[in-house]
Design a protein around this ligand. Structure first.
Ligand SMILES: *[C@@H]1O[C@H](CO)[C@@H](O)[C@H](O)[C@H]1NC(C)=O
Length: 457
């Protein structure tokens, strides 16, 4: 799926708090020379005790200074004035994914904009054991974990398991009671060891026949994590779930059964079109359009996807929609599929495949000098794109307008929030992330009332 990586210098521009001289000048107790000769032993004892007490006092003081520095730091960086409110105030979920294969640095500024950071993915082994895929992957996870810990206490860090090319063993492991126990114990041990907050599961391409195995596994996992819970803060479980009515992927889920064991769902409400090597490679269109009115493809939209889940569960607040941070380029793109629907266009297949770049990070876009403006805004799908007839290329991506439309949708439909694939694909200024974690999204009320029209037509 996404294999590119950028070798950026690993410079971390954020400064490490340095304790003021004030602390150091007080670090030694004053001594009295006359007393030294007369009452050496007694004074020595007293000095030891006093020294110890002062040291404890300094440590407490240092800690409070450190906290103060951290609060100040989190409001620095390239943020606008209205963003200086405490990030913890976001009432909707802003779930940011980080991948194990990228090299771009994870910054504290990014983390300050998220409510949940998910590391995608830990590797699940055939026997249910959990490990990192490589040393690089482990280092990257540690970097995320440590930056999250040193900057904010209310940011939830989660480990992702599954996804593309990582889901092969779910079927066998959840179907074998011994392996399932190993898997569950491994997850619990991982959360405990790293002191992180939860797990995100993405069993990609689960089959209908796997449905009960999945439900039972999530229930068993939940029970285990309840036992392990400390300090009254429960471990979180989230599931990434596929869009319905496209390839019958929804058949592998019975959400009503999982609702009480799952804290929230990241709905894969994107990739409705892509230059894939299969039948879905035609036509070209947006990555995550809010609405789609092209005949025969009305299910290929965020709205149709979310309506399905909300109407099934009546709990809109449990569901987050996707915001892709990547851009997508198609080649050999031709006329619109229907007159007036310029945003969805026919593609000339090469060797039966659509051709293009499915996942372009913003820094790749910059490197290749692709311009993202002026773009054509499609009011119906709420998406921007650039079609160039002379080169037959079609470039589509999220921008301020489309992100605002998604936020407006989340708020008006009482959805739980958004999830970002992936934070590190943003540009150096975190432009997209700053748009996402806006006041509009974060100040919205979270009421669990169904706003979708769930009556059958
Ligand atoms: C699952 O188990 C079956 C039966 O033991 C085995 O043949 C198959 O290779 C396993 N699948 C994977 C992906 O390991």
């Amino acid at each position: 799926m996404i294999t590119q990586s950028k070798n950026k210098p690993q410079t971390d521009v954020e400064f490490i708090p340095i304790y003021s001289d004030y602390v150091h000048t007080n670090s030694k107790p004053k001594t009295n020379k006359r007393s030294w000769y007369e009452y050496c032993m007694i004074i020595c004892m007293i000095l030891l005790v006093v020294g110890f007490l002062i040291k404890v006092g300094i440590m407490v003081h240092k800690n409070s200074l450190e906290e103060k520095n951290e609060v100040e730091m989190s409001t620095k960086g390239p943020v606008t004035r209205r963003d200086t409110s405490k990030p913890a105030a976001c009432k909707k979920r802003v779930v940011g994914y980080y991948t194990e294969f990228e090299s771009v640095d994870i910054t504290k500024h990014q983390l300050s904009k998220l409510t949940h950071a998910v590391f995608a993915y830990a590797e699940m082994r055939y026997n249910g054991e959990l490990k990192f895929k490589s040393e690089k992957s482990e280092n990257r996870f540690m970097s995320l974990k440590n930056k999250a810990k040193s900057s904010r206490t209310d940011l939830k860090v989660m480990i992702g398991i599954g996804g593309y090319k990582n889901s092969d063993y779910f079927h066998n492991v959840t179907g074998d009671s011994a392996k399932k126990i190993i898997f569950i114990n491994n997850i619990a041990a991982f959360l405990k060891k790293h002191e992180i907050n939860g797990v995100d599961l993405y069993w990609k391409e689960a089959q209908e026949s796997d449905k009960w195995k999945y439900i039972e596994f999530v229930r068993d996992l939940k029970n285990k994590l309840k036992e392990e819970e400390r300090d009254g803060s429960p471990y979180l479980i989230s599931l990434t779930i596929p869009p319905p009515n496209i390839a019958n992927w929804e058949m592998a889920y019975d959400l009503e059964e999982s609702l009480e064991n799952v804290d929230f769902f990241n709905v894969y409400s994107m990739d409705y079109q892509g230059p894939w090597e299969n039948q879905w490679g035609n036509p070209a269109g947006p990555i995550a359009q809010l609405y789609n009115t092209v005949e025969g493809r009305t299910q290929f939209s965020v709205d149709a996807t979310m309506k399905y889940f909300v109407c099934k569960t009546k709990q809109p607040n449990k569901f987050n929609i996707a915001i892709p941070f990547f851009a997508r380029l198609w080649r050999h793109v031709k006329e619109a599929v229907e007159p007036g629907k310029e945003v969805i266009r026919n593609v000339e297949l090469k060797d039966n495949k659509a051709v293009g770049d499915a996942y372009l990070s913003r820094w790749t876009v910059e490197e290749r000098k692709y311009k993202l403006s002026p773009a054509t805004w499609d009011e119906e799908s709420k998406i921007s794109y650039i079609y160039k007839p002379e080169t037959k290329t079609y470039l589509t991506f999220e921008d301020k307008k489309s992100i605002d439309a998604k936020i407006e949708y989340v708020n008006s439909m009482n959805l739980g929030g958004v999830w970002i694939w992936t934070v590190e694909m943003d540009d150096d200024q975190s432009s997209l992330l700053n748009m996402v974690s806006s006041t509009e999204l974060c100040s919205a009320k979270s009421i669990d009332t169904v706003k979708h029209s769930c009556k059958r037509n």
